[in-house]
Design a protein around this ligand. Structure first.
Ligand code: PMP
Length: 423
């Protein structure tokens, strides 16, 4: 994708045209939440103004139309990630989806079915393997699962760059490993994990793989069937779609083994005062009134991104990411986390500036109209390992232009002098 094309695409995103602090907005916080193109806003509005209704219940015309839209959306989103429609369940977001998986495994370990079978049942001495670079959403639910089952939580340590490699993970896989959960793309270092190799390794010990696909599905072609993972999670708001919706993917056999983590209306077959039987997946993971307009809008986001082309988006962002890493790290006193030539990286760059706190960095950049993220990015252990409490993250997307990266580099170049950190 050319810079020219990125400029053209900006016209689809009304929010990007605005000025902040009297300068053009340079939005480089797509890793936290992406912006939405008009086509997505229109799709949601059309649904709400024409078909809005609760799905799978009413016998009236609007309910039928809404149910059709809702299930069409499932087909579209499933096809976007190389899954079948019955392998994806709507959740509130990736955090929610990861909790559904971990809590479902906890329930299976207590003997709750479905048809819970050995691979999803954990007991004392079993192991859950994650990495030290995980987002808290892919860390805390596994700590809770370990507490609930007596399993041990192990992690792949990161190196001084904050990155890790397959060879670091390999020795931690044992015949007690039951779950391997990891981010496809790190939200701090941008590291792209060797998914297929980890899946192959997991299969040698019968471990279940869980992919946090929050930072991959929005930014690159992803095919869950081809990758071979058992479960995956991603959020709508990071991929030009709405918030309040995310996806739990489960390979059909695995999803069938997972008990529901949440119960209530819409997910039951028969309820008596004594007991309840649950519907088959994916419905059994969708308790309560469903986020229908969000599902419709997420499908519109998938259509929009597919039309632009996910390979083109990936190539564009990786080029911008490489540029940010090279030019930021060339500035005196600036260190880019994950600046490790031996690992493939995505289109974001988190950095630390000697003598200037990340919050001051982001405030300074904000004054120049540049929106970045400052903090621990929900990855405290990774930052602790690197000896810092916070970093600043600039993250790109399909609309990011060379001019915007120029603006970032120019602004960052002046920060240490402004704060007197270069004296
Ligand atoms: N994992 C990663 C890698 C993320 O970047 C995020 C969002 N920052 C999440 C999980 C959680 O996503 P959400 O807050 O949308 O549930």
């Amino acid at each position: 994708m050319t810079d020219e094309r990125a400029r053209e695409l900006r016209a689809d995103f009304p929010i990007l045209a605005q000025r902040v602090h009297d300068t053009p907005l340079v939005y480089l916080d797509f890793g936290a939440t992406a912006q939405r193109p008009q086509a997505v806003l229109d799709a949601e509005r059309a649904f709400v103004t024409e078909h809005n209704s609760a799905v799978h219940r009413g016998s009236h015309e609007l309910a039928a139309l809404a149910t059709g839209d809702y299930e069409d959306a499932r087909e579209t989103v499933a096809a976007f990630v190389g899954a079948d429609a019955d392998e994806i369940a709507w959740q509130a977001g990736a955090t929610d989806a990861l909790n559904t998986i971990a809590n479902g495994i906890a329930a299976a370990s207590r003997g709750r079915g479905g048809d819970a079978s050995a691979p999803l049942r954990l007991e004392a001495g079993d192991e859950i393997l994650i990495t030290e670079a995980e987002h808290h959403a892919n860390l805390v639910p596994w700590q809770e699962l370990a507490l609930a089952t007596g399993a041990t939580l192990r992690y792949v340590p990161v190196n001084d760059h904050g990155t890790w490699a397959l060879d670091d993970l390999r020795p931690l896989v044992s015949d007690r490993t039951r779950v391997i959960a990891f981010a496809h793309v790190s939200n701090v270092t941008g590291l792209i994990a060797p998914v297929e190799e980890i899946v192959a390794l997991a299969s040698t010990v019968g471990a279940v793989t869980v992919l946090d696909a929050c930072q991959s599905v929005p930014h690159r072609p992803v095919d869950f069937h081809a990758l071979g993972v058992d479960f995956a999670a991603f959020s709508g708001h990071k991929m030009a779609g709405p918030n309040g919706i995310g996806v739990l993917y489960g390979r059909r056999e695995r999803l069938a083994q997972l008990p529901p983590a949440r119960t209530g209306g819409s997910m039951i077959e028969v309820v008596t005062m004594e007991a309840t039987t649950f519907m088959a997946p994916p419905t059994r993971f969708e308790a309560g009134t469903q986020p229908v307009s969000q599902a419709v809008a997420l499908a519109a986001a998938c259509r929009y991104l597919a039309e632009v082309g996910m390979s083109a988006i990936r190539d564009h962002e990786e080029a911008l990411g490489a540029r940010m890493v090279a030019e930021l790290s060339a500035i005196e006193g600036v260190t880019v986390i994950g600046n490790d030539a031996s690992v493939p990286r995505s289109g974001l760059a988190s950095f630390i500036i000697d003598g200037v706190h990340a919050h001051d960095v982001s405030q300074y950049l904000d004054a120049a109209g540049i929106a970045v993220r400052a903090g621990h990015h929900c990855a405290q252990p990774l930052h602790r390992r690197l000896g810092v409490t916070a970093s600043t993250r600039a993250s790109s997307y399909l609309t990011t232009t060379d001019d915007e990266i120029d603006a970032l580099i120019e602004a960052v170049s002046g920060i240490r002098a402004y704060f007197g950190a270069n004296r």
